[in-house]
Design a protein around this ligand. Structure first.
Ligand SMILES: [Zn+2]
Length: 264
């Protein structure tokens, strides 16, 4: 474990309610009753003293509510409440390039951007072939990645990589070709942010695939890997979109408590 006392907050910018049968792949085969799940839309803030880093950035829901997402606190306002100047964010890890994860990436003009090489190559190939219609990423989303690349701020990883002391990213496929899991060393034993490699707690507990995937076998392998990594490191696994995270961890202090949860 690193000597850094890294803190990790999750910040909720949007929400919607989903049915289990809509989000878990082949849910009927489990023979369980259906039910609602609170689906949160988050980004994550990692602090090391004065250094501020993010995992993902959220997106502008009112501009385009793809699936009926409801805006809670747009990212720029959320950053303001948290006292974060986007120009001072030093690194953004992109879990993957779906709209709800990199929509506001362009705000962070000085940040190193860390992405999975497989994710980058997949979406840039689709864009070059003019195949983004109806996809989970748009030319607008990818423009911020292009800019980071042109400015020499883009770091592409294709194997487990410590991108900052105490922050390690692990590429996994499944939901998309190059998702990054982020493991953060903390005073409380570490946090694994699965983001969309596991949206909900059930997916970790039972290794249930999500309905949206580019490769089902890779997704299953990714879920096993998450549990293996947790076992090896003793870190706590935090799924990317599960509203119950807010019941399991305390709210942030002060005004930030309305949107932010302290994971470590
Ligand atoms: Zn997502």
């Amino acid at each position: 474990m690193s000597e850094n006392a890294l803190s990790v907050w999750s910040v909720k910018y949007g929400e919607r309610v989903v049915r289990k049968s809509d989000v878990f792949h082949d849910y009927a085969s489990y023979g369980l009753p259906d039910g609602d799940l609170d689906m949160d839309y988050n980004f994550w803030v990692v602090r090391d003293g004065e250094t501020v880093m993010l995992v993902d950035t959220g997106y502008d829901i009112p501009k385009r509510d793809w699936l009926g997402e409801i805006s809670v606190t747009p990212t720029p306002r959320g950053l303001e409440i948290l006292g974060i100047d986007p120009a001072e964010v030093s690194m953004v890890v992109t879990s993957h390039y779906h709209y709800d994860h990199i929509g506001y990436l362009g705000l962070f003009t000085n940040a190193k951007v860390v992405s999975g090489r497989a994710e980058h190559d997949y979406w840039f190939a689709k864009e070059a072939a003019d195949e983004l219609d109806g996809e989970f990423s748009t030319p607008d989303d990818l423009a911020a990645v292009h800019r980071a690349e042109e400015e020499g701020r883009l770091i592409l990883v294709d194997e487990p990589t410590e991108v900052y002391p105490g922050i390690t990213v692990y590429p996994v496929g499944g939901h998309c070709p190059g998702e990054l899991l982020t493991r953060i060393d903390t005073a409380s034993g570490g946090i694994i942010l699965t983001v969309d490699a596991a949206h909900f707690y059930e997916q970790i507990e039972h290794e249930w695939p999500f309905f949206a995937f580019t490769d089902l076998d890779e997704m299953k392998a990714g879920l096993s890997f998450i549990n293996e990594l947790a076992k090896q490191t003793g870190a706590t696994v935090v799924p990317g979109h599960d509203g119950r995270t807010r019941d399991r961890f305390p709210a942030a202090p002060g005004a930030a408590g309305e949107i932010a949860t302290v994971l470590a």
